[in-house]
Design a protein. Structure first.
Length: 207
């Protein structure tokens, strides 16, 4: 069972917290991580790209010159894809790129992502985050106390308006809740900052 230090917002160790092996200590499955990240990126695509085919471009109804005898290549329309201002061959059209993976694969990817943070020592567990006021400087002070780099994901057990307002204007810092946590965010942010209550909620869901 992996155990990590427990810190307060001053950056001082106040004890240890034991993490569930089945959630934070499994063997990392890179293939599953790739599949889930690919799915999440595909689901983010708007799919609004569009171009005109030769049938949709205005004009080109008349044959530009006769078939034979001119010495030039034969053409039937000035809106052919090989002409300037012609249509696009196999033009992209609006479509839905989203798809889903089986629940077991998504759960395994989440546990692999969490385990990677423990294995790489990129997890910081706090006893709680109680800020005196909803000011950006207060959250900056906490991050400085914890020696956090440029990118950090802060995970809370539930909505906290004070922490949310304090963290929202810091570049490279994102706030998430246990019910909105996803694999892409965990892997995308270098430091994974989580409260002990959020850890217990995560273990309750994925153990």
């Amino acid at each position: 069972m992996p155990n990590v230090d427990l810190y307060n917002i001053e950056g001082t160790p106040v004890g240890e917290i034991y993490l569930d092996d089945g959630v934070f200590g499994i063997e990392i499955n890179k293939a599953v991580l790739y599949q889930v990240v690919k799915m999440q990126l595909a689901n983010k695509r708007q799919g609004t790209q569009s171009a005109l085919t030769r049938a949709e471009v205005r004009g080109g109804g008349r044959k530009p010159w006769r078939q034979k005898g001119t010495g030039r290549a034969r053409h039937g329309s000035i809106r052919s894809p090989i002409w300037i201002k012609g249509g696009v061959a196999f033009a992209p059209k609006p479509r839905d790129y989203s798809y889903t993976l089986p629940k077991k694969i998504r759960r395994l990817a989440m546990k692999s992502a969490l385990s990677s943070k423990v294995a790489n020592k990129e997890i910081i567990v706090l006893d709680s985050i109680n800020l005196p006021e909803a000011k950006t400087k207060e959250m900056v002070k906490v991050l400085k106390n914890l020696n956090v780099g440029r990118k950090a994901l802060i995970v809370l057990p539930g909505k906290d308006e004070v922490v949310q307002r304090a963290a929202r204007n810091i570049p490279g810092v994102k706030l998430a809740y246990t019910n909105t946590l996803n694999v892409l965010d965990i892997l995308n942010y270098g430091t994974f900052i989580v409260t002990q209550d959020a850890v217990r909620q995560i273990e309750e869901v994925y153990a």
